[in-house]
Write a protein that binds this ligand. Sequence first.
Ligand SMILES: [Zn+2]
Length: 391
Amino acid sequence: NFEWHNPTKLVVKADGGPEIADYILKDGHKSVLLVYGQQAIKKIGLYDNIVTQLSKNKIQIFDLSGIRPNPEIKKVIEGINICRNNNIDCVLAVGGGSVYDSCKAIIVGAKFPADVPSSKIWECFEGTRQVDSALPLYGVLTISATGSEMNCGGVVQDDEQKKKWGFGSVNCYPRVSIIDPKIQAELPWFQQTNGFVDAIMHLLEFITNAEEPEIVETTYALDISLIKSIIKCGNILQYDQHNYSARANFCWAATCALNNLSSVAIPGCGAVHFLQHAMGAVNPKISHGAGLGVAFPAFVKVNAQRGLKLKTYSRIAQDVFGRQGWQGLVEGFQEMLRRWGHPTSLDELFERKMEQGDRDELLRVYMLKPAGSFKQGTDIEEFAREVYKNM
Ligand SMILES: [Zn+2]
């Protein structure tokens, strides 16, 4: 028994980015907060094209730039203040998952009652403040990875407290998201592979969490197909950056990996993402996708050594990599990472020897909010310690 709902309109179109202005106009908005990262969207001309189109539609533009990967709550608060001080109608994300995620928090904070300070937005991440409403969100996606363009969740961090936490609300689905696969061909390869791995990991988090894949056969079959499609497209793009159909197919698969479709009838998700979030919280320079690639094999190994999920791991190993057993899953996965030039150990990821103290710190940060699905009765701290030890 399940419900499926996704209200986001998704447009995949070469050179389609500036058309977002038409959707904003059609919905009757007169002002927008345009949120983006560094200078990348200016270099490729996307910023100018969007601004021109917004101006043509007589939409007043406010700017918030400098959203970094592993986005920080301070920027979110800055965005909320701009919205509140100027009575802005809607928010436009132009960028990747970090920009989208930050915007989801901005649209919530922008609707706080006048007597609630903007900084209280962090309480939504702590789970102590309810999300009642939000400004409309629009977006142009420049890197496919997180699925944020078509879901209602976001992850932001507080550097001082070393907390990288998520929140979600039905109020936070983007109204319209436009993906232009063409511009993603210009991204550095490492950034692209981070996207491939992140999307694959969203799918693996779900299907490895299903104790018996047979019960969710349709979801399982869908997810396996998406994983295989991402690997296939990734392999093509490695040597043919401008292959549009491989690029567009990857984009669509990455969106489907986390738009509620891939998780139908699967309760909760694994813990690999949350174990990875601790890495980003400890060092914001660590890429999400790269960290996931390092964490997943260790996670599988620790489960398997406890005799957990063996049947599920075997089936995925066979269906995706044509290999046997949980070892086959780990080997196939790591071979894929190496082919794409991705790190496979914590030392490679942090580019230095990771001592016991470093692993203890990751564990400490993870235990601030030890999220994920575990078998009842699991000593989560002990489990997580084992995983970090095996990375
Ligand atoms: Zn992710």
